[in-house]
Design a protein around this ligand. Structure first.
Ligand code: ADP
Ligand code: MG
Length: 237
């Protein structure tokens, strides 16, 4: 079970950007894709979300082949950077928006949004607009929008890259807490080795559209398989 990618490939036109990626992410794991800019992290994540089709290979989520399933039916939720919030809607409305699109009853939306706000410590801010919030609070609202959908899998694409260094460290701790608390499978994309090392149960190091090595953070740190992984996250020899 969990998420299984089998020989996944992606071409944009003639250009191959993902060259046969296979991996298994157990249910409930916090997986991190790390690698330099342009190595294919976002493309791979977007394929898992269904926002990009696959050129080859297959993707399964909790035992279901979703390779050709539309995004809304994959039970995954992508967390975008906080500037994707609707500025004219309140925090409550931002978090409940996807549920109202699905015609969820108002009482149920209220229940779900309040539950997410409790987890994210946003209860006092539900009537505010995004412009009245701090950067960290806005990022929490963006995460709240995913939580209310109760997805099996949370997908994060460099969600903290807009925040200053201090806030990034704080949000990292909050993400780790969130993962413990809700226990869903999470995949987190970053080019930041420290973020990867501190958040991950399992790291996948990507370069030029292939997985160079995967394993627990300390395994990779202590025993990098190759020069690239060693240079990128390994301990100084
Ligand atoms: P990362 O997220 O690791 O920085 P991306 O997945 O965004 O990398 O990009 C991987 C490669 O695919 C890059 O060379 C990028 O230019 C290319 N690419 C990404 N999206 C598209 C697209 N829609 N059309 C053409 N090329 C793309
Ligand atoms: Mg990217």
């Amino acid at each position: 079970m969990g998420i299984i990618l089998t020989n996944v490939r992606k071409n944009f036109g003639e250009v191959g950007v993902i060259h046969g990626v296979s991996m298994e992410i157990p249910t409930g794991d916090f997986a991190v894709f790390v690698g330099p800019s342009g190595c294919g992290k976002s493309t791979l994540l977007r394929m898992i979300a269904g926002l990009e089709d696959t050129t080859g290979g297959s993707i399964s989520i909790e035992g279901r082949d979703v390779t050709d399933v539309e995004p809304a039916k994959r039970e995954v939720a992508m967390v975008f950077q906080s500037y994707a919030l609707y500025p004219h809607l309140t925090v409550f409305e931002n978090m409940g928006f996807s549920l109202s699109l699905k015609k969820t009853p108002k009482a149920r939306i209220k229940e779900m949004v309040h539950e997410a706000a409790r987890i994210l410590h946003l209860e006092e801010h539900l009537d505010k607009r995004p412009s009245e919030l701090s950067g960290g609070q806005r990022q929490r609202v963006a995460i709240g929008r995913a939580i209310v959908r109760q997805p099996k899998v949370f997908l994060f694409d460099e969600p903290l890259s807009n925040l200053d260094a201090e806030l990034r460290v704080q949000m990292r701790l909050e993400l780790a807490r969130l993962h413990k608390q809700i226990g869903a499978t999470m995949i987190y994309v970053t080019h930041d080795q420290v973020e990867a090392m501190t958040l991950a149960d399992r790291i996948f190091v990507l370069k030029d559209g292939v997985v160079k090595q995967s394993g627990k953070p300390l395994e990779l740190y202590d025993n990098p398989d190759n020069q690239f992984v060693g240079g990128f996250i390994g301990s100084p020899a």
